[in-house]
Design a protein. Sequence first.
Length: 327
Amino acid sequence: MFRRGSKRALARGHGMNLRQIEVFHAVYSVGSVSGASRLLNVSQPSVSKIIKHAESRLGFSLFKLVRGRLLPTDEAHVLFREVDDLHARIDVFQRTAKNLRSTSDGQIRMGVIPSLAMSITPAVIARYRKRYPRVTFEVTAIHHDNFRDSLVSRACDFVIGHHLLHDPEIASTSLGLGRVGALFRRGLLPPDEERVDLATLQKHEVIGFSPSVAIGGLVGPAGRMAEMGGPPSIVVRSVYIAAALARQGAGIALVDEFTAHGFLSDELDFRLIEPAVTFELKALHLADHPLSRLARNFLDLKRSMIAERAAMSPSKPYLEAIGSSLN
C-alpha cells in the first residue's frame, strides 16, 4: 500500500531517470549497497547518493534499515515489478543496438527444430565462430508449435524450421531445400540402389508417425503409399525414436536428411526416396524487428552450407562431410 506522500508524488508525475532505475534495480536485486556497487562497478557513496536522490524525487523511501539489514519498503516492492520489466527491455535494447552496429561481436539467440539442432546447426556455428570468435550463441531446440511464442516473448531473435507461420506479424526468409529419405539398418536394402522407391518400401516395415510430429506432414504422402499393405505396426511421436528403432532393425524410418545425418553411423544408412519429397527451410522473425547484421551473416552462412549439403552424398554424415572445410 502506498503512503499518502507517495500517491501525491506519483500524481505529480515525479519519477526516476534511467540511471536511478538501474541503481534501484541493482540494490533491490542483491540486497545491499555494497553488492550493488560491485555489480555496477561504482563506489558505495555513489550508489547511496543516487538512491537518496531517487527517493527525493519520488517523495517516499525505497529502503529501510532493520537490524542492520537493508530491506525494501512496500512501495519498492510495487515499483520493482515495473522496473524489472523495464530493465529487461533496456537489456534487450542495448544488446540489439550492439548487434546492429557490429559484425564481429555480439550475441545470436536462435530457436531451431530438434532435427536441425543435431547436425547442420552445430556445423554452421562452428564455422561461424572460427570467423567471428567474439560472437556468442544461445541455441534452443523448439517445436513449430512454440515458434510464435518464442519470437513474441523475445526469447529468440529468429527461429528456423520448415513450417511457415501465416501471421502478418511474422516475416520469413528462405534458407534452402531439405530432402526426405529412408533411414535403415545397414544391409537391410541392396547396396547398389542409390534411391529407395515406394515398391521397395512396401516390402518392409515402415515406422509411422503420429499426427503431432511435424515431419509426419512432410513424409505423409510417401508414408501412406508405403503403408498400402496395412497400417504401421509401430507409431511414434518423435523422429528420434524412429531413428533409434531403425538402428535396431525394427523398421525403416522416413525422416528428413538433417535428422538422418545426426544419427548416421556404421549401423545406419540413409538414402533419398523416389519420387523425391522436398521441403523448404525458413528463418522466421518478428516483422517489426529486422534481423541484425550478425543474424543476417549467420543465416547467409547457413544458406550456403545447406547448398553444400545438397551437393554431397546423402548417405555421408554431414559433420564428417564438411569437417575439412571447418579449418
